[in-house]
Design a binder for this molecule. Structure first.
Ligand SMILES: [Zn+2]
Length: 297
C-alpha cells in the first residue's frame, strides 16, 4: 500500500484494482460492503461475552466500478488469543501467526481489508490505543476499522481520510444501508454546560442590577467558578467512563452508529435518543441503487 505516512481512501483512486460490480447500488466515494453472514458472525463474536472486548481481522477484496473503489468483506478471522478482560484489545504475536496461516491457505484469494473489535457498552469511537493499532497494522489506504457495541447495539466503520480514521456516513450489509447519523447525539454534560452558561449570564445581570459590594461580587464569582469546576470534573469523568480520550481529536468522538440490526428491531435503547433508522431495502424488490443511497458525499 502506498503512503503509509498519511493514508487516505482517495489514494485508492490511483491504485490498479480489479474491476467488479458493487453488490448493491449506491454512490459514495468509498463504499464498504459486508456479506450479511460475515456481519452476523462478527456480531455473534462480539456478543458472546460482553464483559470482554474481542477483535479480529476483516477479509475480502478491493475492487472498482464506474463509481469508484469499494471494499467487500466476505470473511473474517477471529482472534481468540487476543488478550482481553478489562484491558483493551491487542493483536498478539500468536494472533498474527494464526491470521497469516489462514491468509496463506484458506483465504489466499483474499486480503486483510481491516479489523473489527468490540466496545461493550462504551460506544463507537477509536481510542488512542485503537488508533495506534489501526496505524501500525492497518495503514493501507483502503483498510477499515469496524467497531461494534454489542450492549448498545450500535456499530460504525472508520476509513482513512487525510491520515486519520474517520467514521463513514454509511455502509452496506447485504442490500441494507446502515446509516451513521451526521452528528452524535449531544452528550449529557453539554446540556449542563449550556445551562451553566445561562446561569453565568444571569448572575452577570444580577451583579449589574444590584450594586454589589466587591466582597459580594467575589462570592458570586467564587460560586460560578465552583460550578464551572464541577462541570469540568463531571465531563471529564464521563469521558473517562466512556473511554474516550479528549486529546485524540477527530476520531475519538463518541458517535452513535446505526443500531438497527437484523432481528433486533426492539426499541431497547434505554434513554438514548434514537438514531435515524437504517434504510431497509430488503423489504421489497431491490430498488435501483441510487435511490437506496441517502446521501452522496
Ligand atoms: Zn477500542
Amino acid at each position: 500500500m502506498t503512503a503509509a505516512e498519511s493514508p487516505d481512501i482517495r489514494q485508492l483512486q490511483g491504485e490498479s484494482l480489479p474491476a467488479g460490480d458493487f453488490p448493491v447500488g449506491g454512490k459514495q466515494d468509498y463504499r464498504v460492503f459486508f456479506a450479511p453472514a460475515v456481519h452476523e458472525k462478527i456480531w455473534k463474536h462480539a456478543s458472546e461475552n460482553v464483559a470482554l472486548e474481542i477483535c479480529g481481522v476483516l477479509v475480502g477484496n478491493w475492487q472498482r466500478d464506474a463509481v469508484g473503489p469499494f471494499v467487500t468483506i466476505t470473511d473474517f478471522i477471529r482472534c481468540d488469543s487476543a488478550k482481553s478482560g478489562f484491558a483493551e484489545v491487542t493483536f498478539t504475536h500468536e494472533s498474527w501467526t494464526k491470521i497469516n496461516a489462514e491468509m496463506d491457505t484458506r483465504l489466499s484469494a483474499f486480503k486483510i481489508v481491516g479489523w473489527y473489535h468490540s466496545h461493550p457498552d462504551f460506544g463507537i469511537f477509536l481510542s488512542d490505543r485503537d488508533i495506534f493499532i489501526h496505524q501500525h497494522f492497518f495503514s493501507g489506504a483502503g483498510q477499515i476499522a469496524h467497531v461494534v457495541d454489542p450492549v448498545r447495539k450500535i456499530e460504525g466503520v472508520f476509513a482513512w481520510q487525510a491520515g486519520g480514521p474517520v467514521l463513514r456516513p454509511h455502509f452496506w450489509v447485504g442490500e441494507r444501508v446502515f446509516v451513521t447519523p451526521d452528528r452524535p447525539p449531544p452528550e449529557k454534560w453539554d446540556a449542563v454546560r449550556d445551562r451553566l452558561a445561562g446561569t453565568e449570564r444571569h448572575l452577570g445581570q444580577v451583579r449589574q442590577t444590584y450594586s454589589l459590594t466587591p466582597e459580594e461580587q467575589a462570592v458570586v464569582k467564587d460560586v460560578v467558578q465552583e460550578l464551572v469546576n464541577l462541570v469540568e470534573r463531571e465531563s471529564k469523568s464521563q469521558r473517562k467512563a466512556a473511554g474516550a480520550d479528549e486529546k485524540s481529536g477527530q476520531s475519538a468522538k463518541k458517535i452513535t452508529g446505526d443500531d438497527k440490526r437484523k432481528g433486533d428491531d426492539k426499541p431497547e435503547r434505554g434513554k438514548k435518543k434514537s438514531a435515524p433508522p437504517a434504510i431497509k431495502s430488503d423489504d421489497g424488490p431491490p430498488k435501483s441503487g441510487d435511490k437506496t443511497s441517502p446521501a452522496k458525499e
